[in-house]
Write a protein that binds this ligand. Structure first.
Ligand code: DGJ
Length: 728
């Protein structure tokens, strides 16, 4: 049993392989949080963790239910803090009721524990296969307003994670307006943490920031309509001494792709309240009588062995229990994307030449990017008009797909279905189908507007126009792009009192569209993209089996981007391509070998004009492809050990270990001048104890490699090398 209810103490104990999460019911009313951390096997006495010494706290009111004991929820660790009474710290829940009041007082009504894990209505979520998870649902009720809240916890014992979500149900007769409803909130009895999160920009995704918590609040959010390049829906609280390999981490990842908020508040008693959910800024949700609202899911990971173990836990969970479909466990094809090779300037002959050359080199899939539809010769027009641009492809997309397939490689196609160009047939026909406010000018981003996916007819249009193209049968892959954020948010299909629901309704519409397309075309491999990593989040991983990590293809910049992204995302989801030099984003010239090795640390592909390369380059590319085919299972399905960070110095090491520990790939990069240095002895991790490995004809014991390290050679600036180890 991974979830236990100890009735005499009214204690809930949620257990995973290495962690425990414990709270209790007090006076049949309030849920008091007691503990989250390393697994506890014997909970006797755990209730004494509660700090009841609240006397003398004159500023803190005493809850009516706790008058006798003089307890104040303002000083208590609470399980899911709602606003309106004694606890005046940052609430997880805030709503407005018929009388204009904003006071919520939930009382425990009951709970149930059951095997498995329910799906979340219309939302992506981690799923349980057979009985690998157990779920606890606690129902809380506010008799005055008729609001019920269901707190949902699922424990995945073996995968070592706990997932959480909350459902609000209006059982009363009057409307309730939800202002804030977090997916999870966790109170800690100390504040001695560093706050770790990922921030960035397009071309500079997922930089890692680590800073000590201070009194007051740190809050990270997106109000852009997408999870965004700027911040990721992930954060961790780490002990001060936590490193990549050692120390305690509490990590949170939100399975959601829209506006989110997350943060931590340190109160006057040095307690920390951590939370995560839909962004409450510019959000309201009207719950009519009988209606319910479910939050996205938050995933909680506790690691006692640093950030590395935290990431491997996320990787295993997201590969095995979030990703779905035919490609979930299939090796990803090596692809060529024509974007940086041609941009908008291509015709059928050019694409077929690329396909023939790709076949010759060993590439398995060609993806035709932007520019194949409507009158699209630049980015000012035709988004929404999903029919072939016959100026470029006179015989149509179906014919091109067939010809590429006949060459012997698969064919993939780019779409940006959520967008519309003002200069398009779709816009002229349906000017009100975009997100806008009637009386306001519409701001353009990349010359385009966002379609209003809160409207069913818009979602239906997207499903049918994409499906019509895919139905030709020879399209095995789609790249689903999204290149601008929301402005002037409004929907002409919703009444004024529901306008603050648009951003979330959009995401629900998007999930619905993606689900329908994924179901109708189960054999199509779907790649997500949002100007690179602008929406690379766990919500998207439910639909897309890979993601374009960044539009920055400079190999040295990519080391940081891929390192940061791997905090949560597995390598097999991280699209990484070899592009031309000088690099189109940075102007830097990096050797082909380094570009290849860096791309191999993700989902490998090419993005340069291979019809223009020299014979030597072609030979080198053939060798790269052969090498990647040999090792891709280790990279895509194995365990990642980030041995040395590109954020910390002049060398980066990534180690991938196959699940059976028989094969190890050690990638090594130098990214700033490393001449006249000692060679680097890098200590490997995750090897099979008491065994030996062969590398470059030498035999090393696992103990030697982990204790003393493998002696790498000195490389010049911007160089890379991979060492392969096979168990003996
Ligand atoms: C942005 C993407 O990130 C690029 O890879 C490319 O697909 C362009 N959009 C096409 O417009």
């Amino acid at each position: 049993m991974s979830i236990e209810y100890i009735s005499d103490k009214e204690l809930f104990h949620i257990k995973t392989k290495n962690s425990s999460y414990i709270f209790r019911l007090r006076k049949g009313y309030e849920l008091e949080h007691l503990y989250y951390g390393e697994r506890i096997n014997d909970t006797r006495g755990i209730e004494f963790l509660s700090d009841d010494n609240f006397l003398g706290a004159t500023l803190h009111a005493i809850d009516s239910e706790f008058t006798e004991e003089k307890l104040s929820t303002d000083r208590m660790l609470r399980e899911y803090p709602f606003y309106g009474s004694v606890d005046l710290r940052c609430p997880a829940f805030h709503a407005e009721y018929r009388d204009g009041s904003r006071v919520t007082k939930m009382k425990y009504l009951g709970h149930k524990i059951f095997s498995g894990k329910p799906e979340l209505d219309g939302l992506p979520s981690v799923y349980a296969k057979s009985d690998e998870a157990q779920t606890l649902e606690i129902t809380m009720a506010d008799s005055f307003t008729g609001l019920n809240l269901i707190y949902r916890y699922s424990a995945f014992e073996e995968l070592d994670v706990i997932t959480r979500s909350v459902t609000a149900v209006n059982t009363g007769n009057s409307e309730i307006t939800l202002d804030k409803i977090m997916s999870c909130s966790v109170d800690f009895d100390n504040s001695d943490f560093d706050f770790v999160h990922l921030h960035g920009e397009a071309w500079r995704e997922c930089e890692i920031e680590r800073k000590p918590l201070v009194n007051g609040e740190v809050r990270i959010s997106s109000a852009r309509g997408a999870s965004s390049h700027l911040h990721s829906p992930f954060f961790a609280l780490a002990n001060k001494n936590t490193t990549e390999f050692e120390g305690e981490v509490f990590a949170f990842s939100l399975v959601y792709s829209g506006n989110f908020e997350l943060g931590a508040e340190v109160d006057s008693l040095k307690n920390t309240r951590a939370y995560m959910g839909i962004n409450s800024f510019d959000f309201k949700w009207l719950l009519e009588s009988g209606q319910s609202f479910t939050t996205p899911e938050a995933v909680m990971v506790h690691s006692s062995n640093g950030f590395g173990e935290m990431s491997r836990t996320f990787h295993n969970l997201y590969r095995n229990n979030l990703a779905r479909g035919k490609y979930q466990n299939a090796v990803r094809p090596i692809l060529i994307n024509n974007w940086e090779a041609t941009y908008f300037d291509f015709n059928e002959e050019k694409i077929l030449n690329l396909a023939s050359k790709a076949k010759e080199l060993g590439i398995e899939l060609l993806v035709l990017d932007d520019g194949w539809f409507g009158k699209r010769n630049d980015d000012t027009l035709s988004l929404g008009d999903w029919y072939t641009n016959t100026d470029k492809l006179p015989e149509g997309i179906a014919s091109l797909a067939k010809k590429v397939t006949e060459i012997g490689i698969k064919f993939g196609l780019w779409f940006e279905p959520e967008m519309v160009s003002p200069n398009s047939e779709l816009y002229h026909k349906h000017p009100d189908w975009c997100i806008h406010i009637e009386v306001r000018e519409k701001s353009l981003g990349r010359n385009q507007l966002v379609l209003d996916l809160s409207r069913k007819e818009v979602c239906d249009y997207i499903v049918s126009s994409v499906s019509d193209i895919l139905s030709c049968g020879n399209i095995s892959y789609i790249k689903w792009d999204m290149n601008r954020n929301f402005t002037e948010i409004g929907s002409s299909a919703l009444p004024p009192k529901r306008q603050s629901e648009v951003a979330h309704r959009y995401i629900l519409g998007l999930y619905n569209v993606l689900e329908r397309i994924k179901t109708a075309f189960p054999d199509v491999l779907m790649e997500g993209c949002a100007s690179g990593g602008g929406r690379f989040d766990a919500g998207m991983m439910y639909y897309f089996n890979q993601f374009w990590t960044s539009d920055n293809t400079d190999a040295i910049d990519r080391l940081k981007i891929q390192y940061g992204t791997s905090m949560v995302m597995p390598s097999m989801f991280m699209g990484a391509h070899v592009s031309a030099v000088p690099n189109h984003q940075t102007g830097r010239t990096i050797p082909l070998e380094t570009r290849g090795l860096c791309a191999m640390c993700g989902q490998f592909g090419y993005e340069l004009d291979i019809t223009q390369i020299s014979d030597d380059e072609a030979d080198e590319i053939k060798n790269q492809i052969e090498l990647y085919k040999n090792i891709r299972e280790v990279i895509q399905f194995g365990d990642l050990y980030r041995l040395k960070s590109p954020f910390d110095g002049e060398k980066t090491f990534f180690e991938f270990v196959s699940k059976d520990k028989a094969r190890v790939c050690l990638f090594y990069f130098t990214h700033s001048c490393a001449v006249q240095c000692n060679t680097e002895k890098i200590k490997l991790k995750g090897l099979k104890p008491d065994s030996a490995y062969k590398c470059n004809k030498q035999i090393y014991s696992a103990e030697f490699l982990e204790r003393f390290g493998f002696d790498t050679e000195n490389l010049q600036d911007n160089s890379g090398k991979v060492y392969l180890f096979e168990i003996q």
